[in-house]
Design a protein around this ligand. Structure first.
Ligand SMILES: Nc1ncnc2c1ncn2[C@@H]1O[C@H](COP(=O)(O)OP(=O)(O)OP(=O)(O)O)[C@@H](O)[C@H]1O
Ligand SMILES: [Mg+2]
Length: 368
């Protein structure tokens, strides 16, 4: 909530079609992508009165694009900033788990429509909407898919947003294969950090990118850049919260039965930012991030089933494109089934429950 109205949040990036092997020959359809995952968990962790969440991306005009947009809308995430590029189909990745439980990801996204974000034909109205928001969220994966000129345009838009009072939250999510070389990634991340108010990297990514010796060295380097709020995630150890000259170690949830760490950091970021939007100070927000991430790592896949972590009340009803599959011959996938069964009831979400217990753990009281 900002000045008595819902905060306007926009997340920018690529959501892909996700095909997960159930068996060698059977695949389940879902939708995921780092900034999209964060948008989903942000929407699930806040109420419409607290924040609107819009996703900025580009898709094509095929059935998969329709289904992707329907999946975004089904989360209560705004789709008015999703651009359609005729003749295209969304990026796609396959998830395969081998006999020893090791997951591998195969990407088909080199010509995905999201790569046209902020390019010459990109509509000015999206830049305007970003500049008019209160919180902009992006990652270095958002940057890596853009052309150099598009990246310049995005940076100019972030600067315009900040000039109007928006805060910019950023996660490096450094994936070396997405960059021509490390120097290019370093330059793009450094440039974005000059525009970032909240930086939410993972220590391993920062070490791979900037050779930090340890968390403290990483914190010192980032603090010297003048970033107001820094949270360095450290996997099962938790995170380091750096504000001003204060550094706090915030341990992760203990005794978590970890099933799949996909989207651990994405969901942490959402829990953290949701709590900050709701007025929690950084350390308390970190506890909320850990609480949400602990739920997410306890389940397979990036997006938790809505039965476990409900969508925000009032999310958009299922679109026909979805219903066609859900009512069709086979129901291959839990996330599609979730969409088909989506409820719009007013009950508080599990994320809210998680947040309340997080606050109680942080000593604030008032937990239900
Ligand atoms: N084994 C674990 N036990 C409990 N919590 C965990 C564990 N692993 C991760 N987490 C939670 O997830 C958060 C983020 O983890 P991590 O630093 O691994 O993110 P990441 O590498 O950025 O993930 P992503 O794959 O989304 O990029 C941690 O701060 C913690 O709250
Ligand atoms: Mg990450």
């Amino acid at each position: 909530m900002i000045a008595g109205r819902p905060a306007r949040v926009v997340a920018i990036g690529e959501c892909m079609v996700e095909l997960t092997h159930r068996t060698d020959r059977t695949l389940a359809l879902g939708f995921a992508g780092d900034t999209f995952n964060t948008a989903v968990y942000l929407a699930r962790s806040t109420l419409a009165e607290e924040a609107s969440v819009d996703y900025v991306t580009a898709v094509g005009d095929d059935w998969y694009s329709d289904a992707l947009v329907a999946a975004v809308a089904a989360e209560g995430i705004g789709t008015k900033l999703v651009e359609r590029i005729p003749g295209h189909t969304p990026g796609l990745y396959l998830v395969r788990t081998d006999g020893s439980g090791e997951r591998s990801f195969t990407y088909h996204r080199s010509d995905s429509p999201a790569r046209r974000l902020f390019d010459v034909e990109w509509p000015e109205r999206v830049d305007q909407a970003i500049a008019d928001s209160d919180l902009v969220y992006l990652s270095a994966i958002t940057l890596q898919i853009l052309s150099p000129t598009a990246r310049e345009r995005l940076w100019a838009t972030l600067a315009a947003a900040r000039a109007r009072g928006a805060r910019v939250a950023f996660d490096s999510n450094y994936r070396p294969t997405g960059w021509p070389d490390r120097a290019a990634a370093r330059a793009a991340v450094r440039r974005t950090l000059k525009l970032a108010d909240v930086y939410l990297p993972t220590l391993g990514d920062e070490q791979a990118l900037f050779d930090d010796h340890d968390g403290k060295a990483c914190a010192a380097r980032l603090a010297a850049m003048g970033i107001a709020e820094i949270v360095i995630k450290t996997g099962p150890d938790g995170c380091l919260v750096v504000t001003g000259d204060q550094l706090s170690t915030m341990p992760a949830k203990r005794d978590v039965d970890v099933v799949d760490t996909t989207a651990a950091g994405d969901s942490f970021n959402a829990g953290y930012l949701a709590a900050r939007l709701q007025g929690a100070p950084p350390r308390e927000a970190a506890v909320a991030g850990h609480t949400l991430a602990a739920l997410v790592v306890g389940r397979p896949g990036a997006i938790m089933p809505a039965q476990v972590l409900p969508r925000r009340p009032g999310a958009e009803p299922v679109k026909p494109a979805h219903r066609r599959v859900a009512a069709g011959r086979d129901l291959p996938d839990s996330s599609m089934r979730d969409t088909a069964r989506q409820t719009t009831g007013p009950e508080p979400t599990a994320a809210h429950t998680a947040r309340r217990s997080a606050r109680s753990a942080a000593g604030e009281g008032g937990a239900v």
